[in-house]
Design a protein around this ligand. Sequence first.
Ligand code: FES
Length: 159
Amino acid sequence: MHGTAFDSARRKFFARTVKAIQTSMAAVVGLITGGAILSPGFARRAGRWLPVSASLATLVENAPTLTTVRVAREDGYSRIVERRTVLLVRTGETDVTALDPTCTHLGCRVSWDDASKELRCPCHGGAYDHMGIVKSGPPPEPLPRLATRIEGNRIFIQA
Ligand code: FES
């Protein structure tokens, strides 16, 4: 009899403890998710136009050129500037497509092979055409594109 009452109290204590842990975990997940979405840093990152290191005049038609863009991230305490690489492809007088050079198979960086006229991945032999469309090998999707804007001779990408 005494053992049963003790077991019941223990069960209630255990149930309350589990519920308290679950509530705490839900609160932490909510804080992290809400902070990431609502933070000023997140708002600033969306839709920024950043100048690339190459100019329109330096791009060779239909030959992707590797270029860089500086991306600044702020978290309230520090400011980190990263260099991000981007492939730029000029297909007309002022038509420029920006491609993320990260292979869609397992993330190696592709580069332009002028002899074969392909963007080639050094890791598993994936090949894309000059616009990032898969030609052969394991990549499952085309290279991702980034929005571009041209102002005179300057090129901006949205990152
Ligand atoms: Fe590019 Fe595998 S990572 S083909």
